[in-house]
Design a protein around this ligand. Structure first.
Ligand SMILES: [Zn+2]
Ligand SMILES: [Zn+2]
Length: 244
């Protein structure tokens, strides 16, 4: 086993709330420069820029994962990550009809830009991607698993769109093997944030806690990357590790 740096929660310009310069190649090169060895593209409710991201990562020498950040019917965000690009794209096709048919208003919410592997614009997504789907947090694990992936409740330490805030606690008996936090490893007093979260939420004991950027702008990718112990640097190894 060896420690590999990772960032498994990154938005491209396809997310309306992300900057226009969050293109696949800019993200991949920024990860490479910042020492991130394994990176996942996780736009809101869509995997459509993942093929371009894979191509960009190949050029940059970064190991890519494909996925997306699903907004559940309870307005909880869950990362869905896949070891294979085709599996992620099939999941994206499955997800699309579960997004309400509300037209995006680029002037209000931002553009939703589809890009190719050379960062060329190839279209714009019509449906607003940041709305809640009709999929429950209770079902997201099974749905991701049936597509060969893994679901991870996102940024549980954040005050919005998180499992911990939505419910006030982590319900017992949830199938999740990993949870994600966005803040640094240590809190303002220098105490280990994960230790504190686990002490406050016994349901987190023994679970993998990911620490990702949730970057919506290039500057958000500049940080000390977290490390994961893996037998080798591959998307399949990450999915296996997340499944525990
Ligand atoms: Zn989120
Ligand atoms: Zn996000």
């Amino acid at each position: 086993m060896k420690n590999y740096s990772y960032d498994l929660h990154i938005h491209s310009a396809l997310s309306p709330c992300a900057d226009e310069d969050m293109t696949p190649n800019n993200i991949a090169r920024m990860c490479m420069l910042g020492g991130v060895r394994i990176a996942a593209l996780t736009d809101h409710n869509t995997t459509a820029n993942c093929p371009a991201f894979f191509s960009a990562c190949e050029d940059a020498g970064v190991v890519p994962l494909a996925g997306c950040e699903v907004t559940t019917s309870e307005e909880i965000h869950a990362l869905c990550l896949f070891g294979r690009l085709d599996a992620a794209m099939a999941f994206g096709d499955f997800l699309y009809p579960h997004i309400p048919d509300i037209e995006n208003r680029p002037d209000v919410f931002g553009r939703q830009t589809l890009l190719d592997g050379k960062d060329r614009e190839v279209g714009e997504e019509r449906k607003l991607l940041i709305t809640a789907t009709d999929i429950s947090i209770d079902d997201i694990w099974d749905i991701a698993a049936s597509h060969g992936g893994v679901a991870v409740p996102a940024h549980i330490d954040r005050p919005a769109f998180s499992l911990l805030v939505g419910f006030g606690f982590i319900p017992d008996g949830y199938p999740f093997t990993a949870y994600e936090i966005n803040s640094g490893a240590c809190d303002e007093n220098g105490a280990d944030r994960v230790d504190r979260l686990v002490a406050e939420n016994p349901a987190l004991a023994g679970k993998t806690i990911l620490r990702d950027s949730d970057a919506h702008e290039l500057a958000g990718l500049v940080r000390e990357p977290a490390l994961m112990a893996l037998p080798h640097a591959s998307a399949e190894a990450v999915i296996a590790a997340l499944r525990g």
